[in-house]
Write a new protein. Structure first.
Length: 763
């Protein structure tokens, strides 16, 4: 008996070792499997082959949205069985709560099961078999292992199967985790692809198209639409539609929409708490959309919403940049001219093209009567000008004039402010109208009206752009008007100045005529007296000495008259002679030789201070000799009791201004120690017939000034009565033709120098 018991124990140990070996080999078979189907197939084949159950099968319970069991048997392969054909929820719950398994005979199978299984399979089940539950980590039933057909079903079989079921449960959980990771990776890939598609562009239509295509591809859907919220209508407006992978232009008026019976997955597009759109996805080609697919769409929606908002902002920014570029171009166009008519034409043409208008009007106020406006019209035919009466408060134009408020009208015919009589200038076809007042410093200059023969063509954004344009145009127009007014005032001033100058010339001419008449009258009276005495002498004694004396007086006075006339002619324009290179020191020496006798008789000392580096000049030597001869004679006659005549030459540091440039020059100072010039005479030194000495003609300095002016030079006089006089002549070094002849100047100074003063009358 003892030996028998020992043999039984040894036999049980051997059986136990065999079970462990079977389980170990079973673990080796399943260790590389991470797919649920592969685990099911290997398990059923191993149990049928190694343990010897004739009939083995495994059923995988469906997910929450499925209604069929997926069953595999080595004899039949994979097939599906509806849940209602097997057990109800209570039977599955009982099985889950019986981890050791349930012994089931063929007779205990549900009657409907025979409709889905081969009857031969059920016959092979035998009188008893076992159903073993397989659960996940949360003790949820995920699969059922069925083994039958082996007689008898021993306890060792049940223990072995329970051990294998435990391992199968672990492997199925690993496979589920692996599948979940794969699904998650696939979801992330789908989300990443959708996000990339949504953020790959800033163009709104491109973002809509790429986002919708990526979603439909990821969900394997027939198509879908994206609708965006429209603030004007307060509704979602479809913007992009895809059907069967093709972009379909969405027609809001079309009746071809998604059938009502087609399941649609809808997800809102929310950005910063605001719903900006909606994604609608048509039926999936695989059937209904799973929770995972819904989660994918919900995960993608925020990114698409952000991308759409960015695209909208980019579109708005681009539109704004384009508007600013247009305004910059317009501003540059308006600043190219200050002529009002040209400015108006430019402004209206710019508005006409910018707003695709049919007609553009500019109405100017303040022409004639208060309500009369000068109107400018630009259309396809060009620009026209006419006059128009605008009554404040009457019609669209009057409404804007009265309130000074910009206005946009969607449909003119439906607007109560429209007046057929007052607004007839807008045209019979006018429908959309924008009107903006032109205001500068609270003054209404007029208004601009933009007309389109299409209703609802212009928006509030167009009106804002027109307001900006109008502000620029009003300032430019006001500047042009101010410039035009300034030009008119300048012309009036020039006309007044010309009249004053003419009057001054006439006064000077009168004075000159009076002076000439006075100067010529004295010698004429002497001539008349001499001729009278000559006639009396011829009628009487005819004494030759008296006849000769009378003729000499007449000839002398006649020569005097001729000299006066010659000097007048030379002052108007010195006789033209060719300019040539002149050495000034030699010229001055020649003039001093001409007055040498006068200097000796008056006991005048000549002091010459010549510059060593005095350059040559371009001059008319004969005319300059006349100038310096007049100056030397004036200086000599100003020193009747003798004195010193100083002649000084030098490069002039001050120079002469010609054409806005400073020209290098030389200077010649003629200084005397004579009686000087009375202060009241200084302003009139260079007028004709002004003299301080008895018997002088008063034309010497008059003629000298004209000669120096022709040479492009200047004359300056500094004198004080009783202290002498200094006359400074400046002459340009360069050719006077380079800087234009004429334009000389005179400077008179009542100086305090000791060498100032001379009688400058000349002659």
């Amino acid at each position: 008996m003892g030996i028998y018991l020992r043999m039984v124990r040894l036999s049980r140990k051997v059986d136990q070792l065999d079970r462990l070996r079977l389980i170990a080999r079973f673990a080796d078979v399943l260790v590389s499997s991470l797919e649920i189907g592969e685990i099911v197939e290997k398990t059923t084949h191993y149990i049928q082959r190694e343990i010897g159950f004739p009939l083995v099968g495994m059923a995988v319970l469906p997910g929450s949205s499925e209604t069929s069991l997926r069953v595999y048997s080595p004899d039949t392969g994979w097939f599906s069985i509806p849940l209602f054909a097997v057990w109800g929820p209570s039977q599955f719950e009982d099985l889950r709560n019986t981890p050791e398994g349930i012994i089931v005979s063929r007779k205990e199978f549900p009657p409907l099961l025979a409709q889905y299984l081969d009857v031969g399979l059920l016959d092979r089940w035998g009188d008893e078999g076992i159903l073993l539950p397989i659960t996940d980590q949360e003790e949820k039933l995920t699969a059922v292992l069925a083994c039958g057909g082996k007689r008898p079903l021993t306890e060792e079989d049940c223990v072995l199967l329970r051990a294998m079921v435990t391992y199968i449960g672990h492997m199925l959980r690993n496979a589920a985790l692996h599948r979940a990771l794969q699904d998650h990776a696939a979801q992330m890939s789908i989300i990443s692809a959708a996000n990339l598609a949504a953020t790959s562009s800033l163009d709104l239509d491109t973002v809509l198209q790429r986002s919708l295509r990526a979603i439909c591809t990821a969900l394997d859907a027939y198509g879908g639409t994206i609708s965006l919220y429209d603030h004007k209508s307060g509704a979602m407006v479809p913007r992009m539609k895809i059907r069967d992978g093709e972009i379909v232009p969405f027609l809001p008026s079309s009746e071809e929409e998604t059938p009502v019976e087609t399941p649609i997955l809808t997800v809102p597009l929310v950005y910063q708490g605001e719903t900006i759109g909606v994604i609608d996805v048509f039926e999936s080609r695989r059937g209904e959309f799973s929770r995972e697919e819904q989660a994918i769409l919900q995960a993608v929606a925020p990114v698409i919403a952000m991308a759409l908002q960015n695209a909208r902002l980019h579109s708005d920014l681009r539109s704004r940049v384009e508007e600013l570029a247009v305004l910059n171009e317009v501003g540059m166009s308006l600043t190219r001219t200050l002529v009002p008519t040209a400015l108006i034409r430019t402004a209206l043409e710019q508005i006409f093209h910018l707003f695709y208008a049919d007609r553009v009007f500019l109405l100017e106020r303040g022409v004639g009567e208060r309500d009369i406006c000068r109107a400018y019209l630009v259309d396809q035919q060009g620009i026209q000008e006419f006059y128009l009466r605008i009554v404040p408060g009457r019609g669209v134009s009057g409404w804007v004039v009265e309130r000074r408020t910009p206005l946009v009208i969607a449909d003119l015919l439906q607007d109560p402010r429209w007046s057929r009589r007052r607004d007839r200038h807008l045209g019979d076809g006018a429908r959309s109208v924008m009107a903006v007042p032109l205001v500068v410093e609270n003054r209404l200059l007029g208004l601009i009206e933009v007309v389109k023969d299409v209703p609802k063509f212009y928006t509030a954004g167009d009106l804002r752009l027109l307001q900006t344009f109008a502000s620029m145009g009003a300032v430019a127009l006001e500047n042009a008007r101010l410039y035009d007014e300034q030009q008119r005032l300048i012309q009036e001033r020039e006309r007044a100045l010309a009249q004053v100058t003419q009057a001054s010339k006439m006064v000077a001419l009168g004075r000159l005529a009076a002076s000439v008449a006075h100067e010529i009258n004295n010698p004429l009276q002497a001539v008349q007296g001499a001729l009278t005495l000559l006639r009396e002498e011829l009628a009487g004694l005819r004494r030759m000495e008296k006849l000769d004396r009378y003729l000499t007086v007449a000839q002398s006075e006649t020569n005097r008259i001729a000299g006066i006339v010659r000097r007048l002619r030379e002052f108007y324009r010195p006789a033209p002679q060719e300019m040539r290179t002149t050495e000034l020191h030699g010229l001055l020496e020649q003039v001093l030789e001409l007055v040498e006798n006068h200097l000796q008789k008056r006991r005048i000392l000549v002091k010459k201070e010549w510059s060593d580096d005095l350059p040559y000049i371009q001059a008319n030597p004969d005319h300059l000799k006349q100038v310096f001869l007049n100056l030397f004679i004036n200086a000599i006659e100003a020193m009747p009791e003798g004195g010193t005549l100083t002649i000084r030459t030098a490069r002039d540091r001050q120079g002469i201004m010609r054409g806005g440039q400073k020209v290098p020059a030389i200077r010649v100072d003629v200084c005397d120690t004579g009686v000087g010039i009375p202060k009241e005479m200084l302003p009139y030194l260079f007028e004709p017939f002004v003299t301080t000495k008895e018997g002088g003609s008063g034309l010497g300095l008059f003629v000298s000034y004209g000669i120096v002016e022709v040479h492009g030079g200047t004359i300056e006089v500094a004198s004080r009565e009783g202290n002498g006089t200094m006359v400074t002549v400046r002459l340009p070094v360069n050719s006077p033709e380079e800087y234009g002849l004429g334009g000389g100047s005179v400077h008179i100074a009542d100086g305090g120098r000791e060498d100032a003063g001379v009688d400058l009358s000349g002659g």
